[in-house]
Design a binder for this molecule. Structure first.
Ligand SMILES: Nc1nc2c(ncn2[C@@H]2O[C@H](COP(=O)(O)OP(=O)(O)O)[C@@H](O)[C@H]2O)c(=O)[nH]1
Ligand SMILES: [Mg+2]
Length: 212
């Protein structure tokens, strides 16, 4: 009799525990996949501003980036750990020191830049996109400041910066037009980029340690 009681109590406990687990959803969801990203582009292109918008900070109070600036962008399917590198003339020659272990690149272009800034941008983007550490990675090129009249769209920028060849050599490059005033669209661009990263790194040959 006592044995039967103990057995019944045991069964009841298991049932109660299972019901509790089902009802209270105590099972933890899998952690989001993280990616190490660098954000580059010449000074004033809007890197810090866009990152502030994406992380819900006040984008009107950004200060010039000295050295680098790190932000975490939480997206539905991934967490991007973004390191923004300063874009001043004297800092750009040090960008390549930060290319190690990077898994993706965001390059920001000022859609309304001057002729000289465009020339600097052309030189810097070609230098980075052909760098051995970055040339096979997923890239997102953002043509910023679309809210300003006369800003070049990303279609124009692809032509002016002569990006067709590099885009043919690396099929994991996406190019988008954006502005600080359209957060939803900017968020959608970063979600498209995280989808690209997830797809790219679902192939284990593309993991940083596996690259030759
Ligand atoms: N109108 C407009 N101004 C922007 C936009 N993005 C950045 N800016 C402005 O461009 C200037 C430089 O931005 P900042 O983020 O410091 O550029 P960074 O040097 O690339 O980090 C600031 O005055 C920003 O307010 C944009 O989408 N539209
Ligand atoms: Mg900055």
């Amino acid at each position: 009799m006592a044995e039967n009681c103990g057995f019944c109590c045991g069964i009841c406990r298991i049932c109660l525990y299972s019901t509790y687990n089902c009802c209270c959803c105590t099972k933890e969801s899998a952690p989001l996949r993280e990616f190490q990203i660098i954000c580059i582009g010449i000074t004033n292109s809007g890197k810090s501003t866009l990152l502030a918008v994406l992380t819900n900070e006040n984008s009107d109070t950004v200060v010039p980036t000295i050295g680098f600036n790190i932000k975490e962008i939480q997206l539905p399917n991934a967490l991007l750990k973004v390191k923004e590198l300063g874009g001043g003339e004297n800092i750009r020659s040090f960008w390549s020191r930060y290319y190690d272990n990077v898994q993706g690149v965001v390059f920001v272009i000022d859609g309304l830049c001057t002729h000289d800034q465009l020339e600097d941008t052309r030189r810097e983007i070609h230098g980075a996109i052909k760098h051995p550490d970055l040339q096979t990675l997923p890239w997102m090129i953002l043509c910023n400041k679309q809210d300003l009249e006369g800003a070049s769209t990303h279609h124009k920028v692809i032509e002016v910066l002569q990006l067709r060849d590099v885009m043919q050599a690396n099929s994991n490059i996406i190019v988008k037009s954006c502005s600080k005033i359209n957060k939803d669209s900017l968020m959608a661009d970063f979600e498209a980029f995280s989808d690209l990263l997830l797809q790219f790194y679902s192939n284990s040959h593309n993991e940083p340690g596996a690259r030759v």
